[in-house]
Design a protein around this ligand. Structure first.
Ligand SMILES: [Zn+2]
Length: 305
């Protein structure tokens, strides 16, 4: 595993930004620049190994110039490390993303769900997606909606079934066209049936911020409002005893982002769980050439402490 850092900063003009990059010896192999004349701003993004001495030089220069920056820390893994993990967090990376869910007519049974945020509700219909987004699926074998419903093409669904993968079920996928017609697609929604217990408190990189202007974590169930944090790489830990019931495909107890179920349910925003799978599932996605998810090995900690 290696950890990289992505640093994003802005400047008023291209020469200023270039000068800052040159100070830290950051060439085009590690830095990209985007000049947006309309905003009179130039955006730069630098990707370096966390241990690279240029990180310190660049940040010192930005501090000296009184420039604020954003930074993200991310782990990168080898195939061997992914294969050796007990479980992998499957993080949608927007490589193939469509609109779909409640707004398009997907229904949910709220029995047993949190009355305040609907977390824990059960999908009760096929998955409906925006018909205008159907072309975005072309050339892909798997993708996801903005709300992390996972889509696989029929061939990949069959490969998962033939592989005897446990813990999953499939639902049909329909595109809702402009004239309201529902067109059945040659895609399936991959659904996880099993909910894992809570992650271990040793987990880093997935957290529930205390306050954020755009987030409204539910204080009734406390199951949603989780986000990936930029400061720490995503390192999920489970207690060994909590994984006894784990299957090949699972969902997390923790739900990403917050929900809003005030008013018409068709306009609701639901928080969504992460999907956690065994390397067996990862292998089937990899062999299908799927690139729309990032995979993070999960660490299992001893429970007898
Ligand atoms: Zn709730």
């Amino acid at each position: 595993m290696r950890t990289i850092i992505r640093i994003h900063f802005e400047g008023d003009t291209l020469p200023i930004v270039q000068q800052r990059l040159r100070t830290a010896d950051c060439g085009p192999d590690v830095a990209t620049m985007e000049d947006v004349p309309v905003l009179r701003q130039v955006f730069a993004e630098v990707t370096l190994e966390q241990t690279d001495p240029r990180v310190g030089v660049l940040l010192a220069r930005l501090k000296k110039d009184d420039i604020s920056w954003m930074e993200w820390h991310e782990d990168r893994f080898t195939e061997e490390e992914l294969e050796a993990a007990a479980l992998l967090l499957m993080q949608p990376n927007r490589g193939c993303e469509v609109d779909g869910g409640v707004e398009w007519g997907t229904t949910f049974d709220l029995t047993g769900a949190c009355p305040s945020c609907a977390t824990g509700c059960q999908q009760s219909s096929a998955l409906f997606i925006d018909g205008e987004d159907i072309p975005k699926l072309e050339g892909h074998r798997a993708g996801h909606t903005y709300f992390w419903h996972i889509l696989v093409d029929e061939g990949l669904a069959a490969a998962l079934e033939d592989g005897g993968v446990t813990g999953l079920s499939f639902r049909s996928v329909y595109g809702v066209m402009k004239d309201k017609r529902q067109v059945k697609l040659r895609w399936k929604q991959l659904c996880a049936d099993h909910v894992l217990p809570r992650m271990s408190p040793s987990t880093t990189g997935i957290a529930r911020p205390v306050q954020s202007p755009r987030l409204r974590p539910c204080e009734v169930c406390k199951r949603n409002g989780f986000v990936t944090t930029p400061e720490a790489p995503t390192r999920v830990v489970y207690r060994a005893a909590d994984l006894r019931g784990a299957l090949d495909v699972n969902q997390t107890w923790e739900n990403y982002w917050s929900a809003n179920i005030d008013g018409d349910f068709r306009e609701a925003v639901l928080s969504r769980p992460w999907t956690v799978v065994t390397p067996r599932v990862y292998r089937i996605f990899r062999e299908a050439g799927v690139k729309s998810f990032d995979w993070h090995p999960i660490r299992v900690e001893d429970t007898d402490r």
